[in-house]
Unconditional design. Sequence first.
Length: 242
Amino acid sequence: MFSAEIEKFIKKGKYPTFRPKAIFFDMDGVLFDSMKSHASAWVEALRKVGLPFTEYEAYLNEGRTGSSTIDVVFSKVYGRNATDNEKQTIYQLKTKFFEACQKPKRMPYVFELLKKVQAQKLEIFVVTGSGQSNLIDSLETHFPGVFNKDKMVTAYEVKQGKPHPEPYLKALKKSGFEAWEVIVIENAPLGIESATKAGLFSIGVNTGPLESKILTNSGANLVFNSVKKLYEQWEEFCNICN
Ligand code: CA
């Protein structure tokens, strides 16, 4: 069932083949079940400064840097971007509300999926728009022995966050692989858009409230309704890749 999507990807990118050697994992909503906390923290922080924002909008804008998310809201309400001071105030509030939320847990079945990927000797990268230092630090606590600080691209390293292709292009450069040698695993439409613009094969895992077709429309090559579903079909998919 996956071969048609792989053929389509090779043809569109005019690639010689598709032979994955590395997997680029998004963090929030893929590795951590943290999006509910992010979404409610955004809603509360923006409400505090009198700006309307819903959790659904937070999911639609997931993957942007904090600064870009605040600009989206300001543009809609005031027709201009936020100033640095306004951004600082709102982002501090958002961080405060986020940290008051329950500590995010691992997404169900993602550790098991990572272990399969490790056993296949595929390289593992993290590509995230997050600048939440506590979450990045806690990768090692939650996934001991899986991640390597040299194989990460975070909000600190990119000028333009998702949906711009920069985060995934940066990861591709760091990895040293070709576009047809990596797979992106993402849960957010803007993350999929970023991966697609970077010319990469993307797997959408729909772990939030958005309709799966939004991920497909953003360019996802495959969409699964949960990380568990992807975990269950991983071997079948990999057999077709090789
Ligand atoms: Ca995400």
